[in-house]
Each structure stands twice: as structure tokens, then as C-alpha cells.
Design a protein around this ligand. Sequence first.
Ligand SMILES: [Zn+2]
Length: 281
Amino acid sequence: MLTIHMTLKVFMSVDMEGISSIVSGAQTGRDPGEYQKGRALMVGDVNAAVEGVLGLGEAEIVVSDAHGGMTNIPPEDLHEAAVLVRGTPKPLTQMAGIGAGFDAAAFIGYHSRKGTLHGILSHTISGSAIESVVINGMEVGETAINAAIAGYYGVPLVFVAGDAAVCAEARELIPNLRTAAVKEAVSRTAAKCLHPRRAGELIRGGMREALEHREEVKPFTFKPPVEIEVRYTNARMADAVEFMPSAERIDGKGIRFVQEDYLKAFGALRASIYIASAVSR
Ligand SMILES: [Zn+2]
């Protein structure tokens, strides 16, 4: 058999609520001082994941900042081996930078879907606009929504780091993926947290192991036609979203989008959140 040396190509989407030791909105942006500490913790978890990849040899690594305004990761503190995608709005949002040709995807700092019992800062894309998202009959969070974007390009999601709740959500969704639980919630805004250095060790080892076993994980996809049912937090939001040509009103707070192409359905979901947020008050 011919052995060809190939550079590993890994994509990372990095959110903030699931970063080690983060337990409240103050650390993810609400409080200026606490936010700076949150950013430092964030880059610590990301760099551990990058080191996990590099443990296997040469690699091309794209890190996509996936929280809020998407300029949270301090570029100068990020591991030099990674290329950073930052800023918003942009196509694919939290998954910007992914495409065909990546060997694997990893989610760092991810959180569970809205309403999860003991999920740190649980929400689905927008806490203020979205009550729930159901795709092809299954209630989903950001892990499934974004894993399906990787899957659209044939890329398997092999690793998730975050709190214990998002790790369980991911394992239920995708057989054989590896996880690193850096904290265990005792309420939505309180958790038992590993020391950030211990969390880093867990992420480093987990990332490496996940890549070693990447052949065992299938790309996650939704079968077309893709039906997305969104419940907004109030009927005024659904009234505004209903103006979208592809929107079908279900009831007071519910809208349905059906598309053959998953990225078109995802685009409708994201556009609807901008619309809903614009009329939230
Ligand atoms: Zn976030």
C-alpha cells in the first residue's frame, strides 16, 4: 500500500459559555472586567485544543471565533499555528471558515440547548429571541445545527469541549465522538469547575484522541427536505418573521421553513433571528 504523508486539516468553532470556569454572563461580555478574564480563559482552552492537534504532527488549523460579536479571542494570544476567523455578520456565522477538505471539526466552549437541566448558560443561538428549534422533528441546540454545517461539507464533528450537559448532548447526537467536560453545572449559572490547567490537559488529550479515532465518526447531516420549526419568545417576533417569503406560520410563536438545501434552511433561521431581534421590544 502506498503511504502518502498528508497535513491534517482541522476546523474549530469556539464559543464562550462552555469555556472552563465560565459560569455567568458577566464573563461572556456583560461586565467589562470579568469579560477580559473570560477571554483569557477562552484562549487557554483553544490553545490546549491546538496543542492536541499538533501532538499528531503537522497540521493546518482554522479557529473560528463563535461568540457574540465574534472578536473575543485575543489574536496575539492565540497559538501561532492557527489561523483565526473573526467578526460578524458573515455566512455560516459560528462555522465560518469550514469547507470541503477538512479532516475533522471540533467545538470548544460549547453549551447545551435552551431549557437543558443544569446546562451552563444554556440557550439556542439567541436567548432573547429563540424558545426552541426543531429540525426534521428533533429539538436541537447549536451543537447539532453547526455539526450539520460541517456534515454538509463531508466533515465529521469528532470532539466537543464544554460543560457536562453539552458533552452529553453531543454524544447522544453523534456516535463515537469524544468529549471533554471541563465543568459540571449545579444550576444554569453555577458549576463545579476543573482548574483551568486541568481543563486544558483534558482538552489537549481529548482532542488528540478524537483525531486518532476520526475514521470512526460519520459526518452528521439532516436528510432533505430540511424542515426547521422555530418558536420565538413572543408572537410579535413571529409576526415580523412571517414576512420572509420562505416562512410558513404555524401558530402564535411558531414559524416553519422547508428547504431542500440545509444551508438555505440554516440561512433562513439566522435571518429570522435578525428580524425577530429587531422587533423584540
Ligand atoms: Zn456564545
